[in-house]
Design a binder for this molecule. Sequence first.
Ligand SMILES: Nc1ncnc2c1ncn2[C@@H]1O[C@H](COP(=O)(O)OP(=O)(O)OP(=O)(O)O)[C@@H](O)[C@H]1O
Ligand SMILES: [Mg+2]
Length: 306
Amino acid sequence: MKNHGIEIKNLQKDFQDVQALKGVSLKIDKPGLYGLIGPNGAGKTTLLKCVSSLLVPSAGEVFVNNQVVHTKDFSIRSRIGFLPEDSGLYEKLTAKDFLHIMAGMYGLSKEERKMRVKEVVEYVGINYSPSKVVKYLSTGQRRLLLFASILLHDPDILILDESLSGLDPINREHLTGLMRKLAEDKIVLFSSHILADIWRLCERIFVLNNGEMIVEDQPENILAQMSDDSFFLIPKNNLDQVKAFLETLSYVTNIRIQHDKIIFKLQNKSNISNLMKSILEEYELISFGPNIPDLDQIFTRMVNAS
Ligand SMILES: Nc1ncnc2c1ncn2[C@@H]1O[C@H](COP(=O)(O)OP(=O)(O)OP(=O)(O)O)[C@@H](O)[C@H]1O
Ligand SMILES: [Mg+2]
């Protein structure tokens, strides 16, 4: 069993007068997908760079595989694959040469380089000619190339900053598929503004706001905490009449109309079948279910509450 893990203890990072991180702690001790979300300027990139040993913390400590991260310690870097948000590529090189140079930087011998470049090109599914010049690659093609480049040294930990932004749904699905596969035996920590991906993929979500960790939990727990136990129904017609009907039922409370939906609470969930029976005797419904706020609303609520 490998000694996998990231541990951050009271991490602070100041840039002149900006406190980008104000004492953040987190612990990840097993392979899986972990999501980092937060508004622009929350400190996500700063945190990911501190873990990847590209920034020196102002205070606190970062451990990777139980070793303290130092910017000059290359043994740690060799265990991490970091995909930056805004990476400069060597524009004039071909995709293949770029991978060879990156493999060289990771210390792979000529023979190993050849083999690994071929392997990662196949693994990530680069579907354009590797002799294409980097300058002429599309956003999706570049991302795939960068993704391939951070796998060359077979790291245990992948740190991906906004790796899914700017991709079309097919490429996003492709990349998330790879991330899932890699997360079977690696820690994959990634930031994204695409909340649906984070929610769908991650076993744990970290929410940063203003340099502080405001929430850390499993997606389903965050949803449960943020949803307020209300239900919705969409009548086929007679919206106002259905609302008036609900108002006559003592066990239905907090009734309001939102667009074409009626939102309400039940005193007890066991009232559901009674409710359905009495409504359906009089009215037709298009839909009914628990009223889960959308992810953007949850995000905004979490940030505003902190
Ligand atoms: N090199 C730097 N010099 C000065 N300030 C910086 C530097 N890097 C980051 N900051 C500041 O630190 C704060 C956190 O920035 P960071 O890039 O970590 O945010 P983020 O959560 O990644 O935002 P985004 O979602 O927009 O990528 C911001 O106020 C930013 O202006
Ligand atoms: Mg960022």
